[in-house]
Ligand binder design. Structure first.
Ligand SMILES: *[C@@H]1O[C@H](CO)[C@@H](O)[C@H](O)[C@H]1NC(C)=O
Length: 208
């Protein structure tokens, strides 16, 4: 009887006997593969779980005529450790989110305005694409190359969610033509000709 009573009392008196409900990111630390360290619970507020950035249209005055507004862990520390995040896509007429991949997350897209032609390419090189109307959703499985295009003359918008607080983003054209890998090597590994590689490097800010 006495040992059971003792156990009961010690459980009651243990200061942090409850499981951690969340792990709001301490952004002063480093991002590791398992996320950021947790901010002290005593300094967590409601605002750590609220993000207003997705209500603000992104600036589409750029080469792709499109903008991605992320609500990843770096912008929204509350998603740390929860396996989720989101972003807003704004596409001006003829805007393009160029072929890209999120190495760490699957993506769920909902078109909230206009129409968007979206698709992905599987590792078997099968292509899955469709012109989505407002209200349509589409999935992009983790790691696969995908794109979103606004072929219309009116603005389009989508909200996307991800299965990771840090989905990662690599845009194929930037990976190939916005870096300093020597053009001769880019040509060798892509089978593109010298003129095309130099043109794209100039356009996207690559050197070499
Ligand atoms: C959008 O970006 C362009 C190009 O960087 C800039 O000139 C313009 O001022 C920006 N517009 C707004 C509303 O921030």
């Amino acid at each position: 009887m006495l040992p059971i009573l003792f156990l009961f009392l010690s459980l009651l008196l243990l200061p942090s006997s409850h499981a951690a409900d969340f792990c709001v990111a301490d952004l002063t630390g480093h991002l590791t593969p398992s996320g950021y360290e947790c901010k002290e619970e005593s300094s967590v507020t409601t605002d750590d779980f609220v993000f207003s950035g997705l209500g603000v249209p992104g600036n589409t005055s750029n080469i792709i005529k499109a903008a991605v507004t992320p609500a990843f862990v770096a912008q929204f520390p509350g998603v740390n450790g929860l396996g989720i995040s989101a972003a807003r896509l704004d596409l001006a007429p003829r805007g393009v989110i160029p072929l890209h991949t999120h190495p760490a997350a699957s993506e769920f897209l909902v078109v909230t305005q206009g129409t968007i032609c979206a698709g992905f390419i599987s590792t078997a090189n099968n292509v899955y694409y469709k012109t989505l109307k407002t209200g349509d959703s589409m999935l992009f499985p983790q790691g696969l190359l995908h794109f979103q295009v606004n072929g219309d003359g009116t603005k389009a918008m989508a909200i996307v969610s991800f299965s990771s607080p840090s989905p990662g983003l690599q845009i194929t054209a930037f990976a190939l033509f916005a870096n300093n890998l020597p053009s001769a090597l880019v040509e060798t590994v892509t089978f593109l000709d010298d003129a095309e590689v130099k043109k794209l490097k100039k356009l996207l800010g690559g050197t070499g």
